[in-house]
Design a protein around this ligand. Structure first.
Ligand SMILES: [Zn+2]
Length: 77
C-alpha cells in the first residue's frame, strides 16, 4: 500500500519536493485527518519525510496529493 503511494508520488515528498527513497525513511500522512473521518485509502494518503510530516502537523499545513501528467509536470489537485 505505502509503496504504491510512494511510487505514485515518484518518490517525491509533497512538502519539500525532495526525493524520498527507501534509504531515507518516509512516513504516511493522512490528507484528511483520521479524527475527522479520514480513511486509510490510496487517495487519502501521502508519504512524507518524517521531518516534513512533523512540520505539517506543527504548522497545520494542508498537503495536497501530487499528480503527475505524462509530461512529468507536477500538478497539485
Ligand atoms: Zn520532505
Amino acid at each position: 500500500m505505502l509503496t504504491r503511494i510512494w511510487r505514485s508520488q515518484r518518490g517525491i515528498c509533497p512538502m519539500c519536493k525532495g526525493k524520498t527513497t527507501k534509504v531515507i525513511k518516509w512516513n504516511p500522512h493522512y490528507i484528511k485527518p483520521k479524527h475527522l473521518g479520514g480513511q486509510y485509502t490510496f487517495s487519502n494518503l501521502v508519504v512524507l519525510h518524517p521531518d516534513c510530516r512533523r512540520q505539517v502537523y506543527s504548522l497545520n499545513i494542508n498537503i495536497t496529493k501530487l499528480c503527475y501528467k505524462s509530461n512529468d509536470r507536477i500538478k497539485e489537485v
